[in-house]
Design a protein around this ligand. Sequence first.
Ligand SMILES: [Ca+2]
Length: 437
Amino acid sequence: MPRSLTSYLPVLLLLLPLSLPKEAQASPERPDILLVIADDMDYRHLGFRLPHAHTPHLDQLRKRGTLFEVAWIAPVCAPSLATLLTGKTSIEHGRYYNKNRSKIDRDLDTSRSIANELGKAGYRSFVAGKWWYGPIEKAGFEAGFTDFDQFARKTQKPIYDWLDGLEKEENFFLWWAPLLPHGPHNPPKKYLDLISREEIQVPPHVPSKVTYTNHERVLLAMTAWFDDAFGDLSRELQTRGRDKNILIVFVIDNGYAMGYVSKNSPYEFGWQSPILFAGPGIPEGESRTQLASGTDIYPTLLDFAGIPRKKTTGMTLRPFIEDGSKPGRSHLIQPVWPSHSFVDSWREELMAVGVRDEKYKMIRWFKDVREKDKSSLRIAHRQIKFPERNDGDSELYDLLSDPHELQNLIGNSDLAEVEASLKKKIDNFLKSKTSAR
Ligand SMILES: [Ca+2]
């Protein structure tokens, strides 16, 4: 602190309670916050969407909460988690790839992380699960359990011990991101037994029904494991009387699906997640069709915590939670990069950009993508190859009639206007991002 400011400190301290807005003072009226992040999950694999999925605790949460049916998140772990942490897009926070972390990690600025911002209002924060962003303390967490081979798969005790150390009137923020249903896909038998082979629907395009069914069953069992761990946490919160004044948010960090190109691709199975909110003041059992984004979670949490924030690319979803008839954004737009690269330039490595409204989606490719590149795509798409595309190729889908993007409508004369309008949005997006740098 500069000397001149230090000399005024007593005066500043005296003025502080009067000069700060009411919202910025610690208060027992604020909700505790639990951010539940599933890792590599098929957005359909929830009991309230798919009858043979086994997620009773998330289903219960859905009954208590408001669900944004469609949100886009970055299609790989590291960039997506960095967005949830900082509220910034990949281009803004500089994490485009999943690999080459040592180089990219240094650049992640966590000074305005969600935990640091909540900390200004007195929240105490704990991080559990995946973590690649430097010292947790620098990002605003006072403690953590980041051994993600152990966390949730083996135990959650460090969280429970930490909760026991909280004073009743202290608010907490818990970042809960287990390596589930992410690989290794080795669910204990009790979860496999919950999933019936017979009920699994096999898409007609997959080459082997048996292989698909076996792997799909394992993924559903991994998700049942995730749900069970969440149920365990919910019980422990209840035991401690911490289950009433708590805002719970559920989101997937990126998609992962059997039989479809998903993770690290520009397709919906890689990009789409539900976002579910439950807690005090959140309408129960309601749905929202306004388009949401992973970038919205940061401003929404700060909004519910009553913390003034700077403008971010994402928007607070609170107005839509409270009033479902309020018009949302017109479209979502998002770039995608290879899974790893040593080139630290988003523009140079850009693979594709996607844009969607509530009905149509366009993808434009900015790289030749070939099967031989799979080491940099680096994601196994079981039973389906990564698509071969040329720089300049475009795709157009009607997501309402073709949610799995199987019928490319590009060049269809009936849709010329739609195509031109979406193309313009991509052009404008790239122009604005390029000129900003
Ligand atoms: Ca992931």
